[in-house]
Design a protein around this ligand. Sequence first.
Ligand code: LMR
Length: 398
Amino acid sequence: MLEHLDRLPPDPILGLMAAFRADADSRKVDLGVGVYRDERGDTPVMKAVREAERDVLERQTTKTYVAPAGNASFNAAMRRLALGEGSPLADSDRVCAVQAPGGCGALRLGAELIRIARPDAVVHVSDPTWANHVPLLSGCGLKLERYPYFDARSGGVAFESMMRALEALPPRSVVLLHASCHNPTGADLDEAQWREIAALLQRRALLPFIDMAYQGLGRGLEADAYGLRLIAGEVPEALIAVSCSKNFGLYRERVGCLLVVGQSSAAAEAALTQLVRIARGLYSMPPDHGAAIVAEILGNAALHAAWQSELTTMRERILQLRAATAEALAVACPQKDFSHIVRQRGMFSYLGVDKDTVRRLRETHHVYMTDDSRINIAGLRMENIPYFAEAVARALAQ
Ligand code: LMR
């Protein structure tokens, strides 16, 4: 029966990673997959992670199973990191947390829980959204629809259209929101807009499903969670998928967490039993190593401070790259406006060029980005920004 399987094209993001690795040109620039890189172009293990890892390994006496819900210290720490240290919700019995294999695992657990609660639920995602949201959320049978989000002219959020679309949704629709550092556009909601969204979700009885994959890489650990905390504190129910891939640099260790806010402690407890059952049926238990590292960092004041300081350095470097990139593009391509790059946050921005230009950038100039012209700003180096800007100018002129 397997001979009838269709051969599929490579994943739009991960396929680029492979193509980049195979390119032998020394000028090549990887703006594809969303990983942080330093000024040498490396994605090093964070110092706090290295130290915590040593401590974890020294103390570890067994490799026996943990549990389908994962590491309890990690789950407790993630509640505080996402919902706010000392916030009533972080300690509330209306919240349950399960460790998941990465942010992707958390998103899928959440989707499976929604499907069990309401098989005909429709999940509304932003237009555009991260490409992998589609298979992650619809793979378990949920229907996906899109609400307007990005205003290509301003490079910001098309807020009025977004609000109009959400206002028209039937009650109990699921709305997927990016907590910060919107992937792929870098266009985030401001605090006043988050307040309007929170009120709308409440008024229209919509279920927020919030994806927080870049906490600390946009405006800061607290500011990046502003909307999420506001919503979680106001609505009766919410799902929150958190990833530790980017802010702890733990990509390959697959560390994430799903938080569920229920109407009552009984609802949260029931959700937890369901999630444990779902996890058991999908992968049994999440991998422990990365979660143990995160628990160690967040549970140790010195490591916590060291991690935060490294994260601040990463965030500030992205901001400097944004400023330098917009400036270089303004000089190399005066006919096109790239000023949105400075206003956006996180790793990504749209360059705003068509597919043919993206192809020319790849084939002629060895600059890699996804077909929609999403660029990972953190993949640039101060040193190669002039090359990149010149390549864009040439590809646009061809
Ligand atoms: C990205 O958007 O590039 C990252 O989140 C990596 C991935 O898995 O797609």
